[in-house]
Ligand binder design. Structure first.
Ligand code: URA
Length: 276
């Protein structure tokens, strides 16, 4: 017997379907939902790993679930439909429009510009930092200050141009005094980052520093335990390395960071410039 969806879930599903239509995705397949799964969904305990455009991803109550209680970190949501490369810029713009003139968390109070992200919407390689600093806040672009210059050098060392990668942050507004984003701030903003990753679909993601690694992996662990290997999230491979600002403070660690970037290069099939 067909099950009735409650109005909130129905509305959320419609919103998600409209979002996909805006992206040019028009074919949707409906699966029967078991009574057991429906019961889990309505109690908020259901697995969301099943549905291609899962009811659990888009309902407002589930979006709320992406904002974890203060003591928990969210895990990356399930992968949604792949946006064709030609539609990715528009898909990112839809996310940017949804963010709007954001006042969802306290960081909006001191910001000048929202720093959404920058680069190739269909990049094979994406970097994720912590949050904008003063230069980024002034220009509305990620990694344009001193740490950004070092990141540009790291990208060039990999044989790539900055325009060929995509760069974003865990939070899109500058934390006062460049402090680490608070749990509430990261929890509020990171779902937009996850959606950006979902659209760009990079083959390799590089987390720059502990904050990015923590929010991407949903675990709070020392960087040392996360570096040097490939993690799998959102259908991409994640490599964790030092934040460029840390490398500016302790340049001896650049060798270690380079070793991490070489893992990324190996996964991308890249050779350093001059070694083709
Ligand atoms: N540090 C970050 O983490 N992100 C930026 O965009 C700039 C500096």
């Amino acid at each position: 017997m067909a099950q009735q969806l409650d109005s909130a879930t129905r509305e959320a599903l419609l919103t998600r379907v409209r979002f996909y239509r805006d992206l040019g995705l028009t074919d949707f397949y409906r699966r029967d939902v078991s009574a057991e799964l429906l019961a889990q969904l309505s109690s908020g305990t259901g697995p969301d790993s099943e549905a291609p455009f899962s009811t659990t991803i888009s309902s407002p109550s589930q979006e709320e679930n992406l904002k974890p209680p203060r003591t928990q970190l969210p895990t990356a949501p399930e992968i949604a439909a792949i946006v064709p490369a030609a539609g990715r810029a528009a898909a990112l713009q839809i996310i940017r429009d949804e963010i709007g003139d954001c006042t969802r968390c306290a960081l909006h109070v001191g910001r000048n510009k929202i720093v959404f992200g920058d680069g190739d919407p269909a990049a094979r390689l994406m970097f994720v930092g912590e949050g904008p600093g003063a230069d980024e806040d002034a220009q509305g672009l990620p990694f344009v200050g001193k740490a950004g210059q070092l990141l540009n050098n790291m990208i060039a060392a990999m044989g790539l141009k900055r325009e060929e990668v995509y760069i974003a942050n865990v939070v899109k507004c500058r934390p006062p005094g460049n402090r680490v984003p608070e749990q509430e701030e990261g929890a509020t903003c990171s779902p937009f980052l996850f959606r950006q990753i979902d659209v760009v679909r990079p083959q390799v993601l590089v987390a720059l520093g502990a904050t990015a690694a923590t929010w991407l992996l949903g675990v709070r662990q020392p960087l040392a335990g996360l570096r040097g290997r490939v993690h799998a999230i959102l259908g991409t491979q994640l490599i964790v390395t030092y934040h460029p600002a840390y490398l500016l403070r302790d340049p001896r660690q650049k060798k270690e960071a380079w070793a991490d970037l070489q893992i990324a290069m190996r996964e991308l099939g890249l050779k350093p410039p001059g070694k083709e």
